[in-house]
Write a protein that binds this ligand. Structure first.
Ligand SMILES: O=C(CO)COP(=O)(O)O
Length: 126
């Protein structure tokens, strides 16, 4: 499954801790990670193989939304900063909306992301 990871600046450290904590599942060969630009660089520095999109403010959220729409991305883990203002708010909302349109699992905080990863880890193929 292609899993997208995205983190706003205030949540990047949390995302780094999260992916390290879930390294075993995120590095499985049936998992392909994609990310917005800066989040992706951070993950690469931590040893992950990641397909990097543009940085969020430059269109990265929109690129991930397109991949969700095309059926390529199967899960989105988005550590949103609910206290900050973001110049690309329309793109952020588009990504959230497109996940709902296509019924793609979307976590917008760490607790939900952990539940999704746990569910993914234990799912049985049908
Ligand atoms: O802005 C973002 C998501 O909306 C994240 O983008 P970066 O990973 O490039 O910082």
């Amino acid at each position: 499954m292609e899993i997208a990871i995205v983190a706003h600046d205030a949540k990047k450290t949390d995302m780094l801790d999260f992916i390290k904590h879930n390294r075993e599942v995120l590095m499985r060969e049936d998992v392909n990670l994609i990310a917005t630009g800066t989040t992706g660089s951070m993950a690469e520095d931590a040893g992950f193989t990641v397909r990097r999109m543009l940085s969020g403010p430059l269109g990265g959220d929109a690129q991930i939304a397109a991949r969700v729409g095309e059926g390529k991305t199967g899960m989105v883990l988005f550590f949103k900063d609910p206290l900050g203002k973001h110049p690309h708010e329309p793109d952020i909302n588009m990504l959230l909306r497109i996940c709902d349109v296509h019924n793609v699992p979307l976590a917008t905080n760490e607790a939900t992301a952990q539940m999704l990863i746990d569910a993914f880890k234990h799912r049985k193929e049908i």
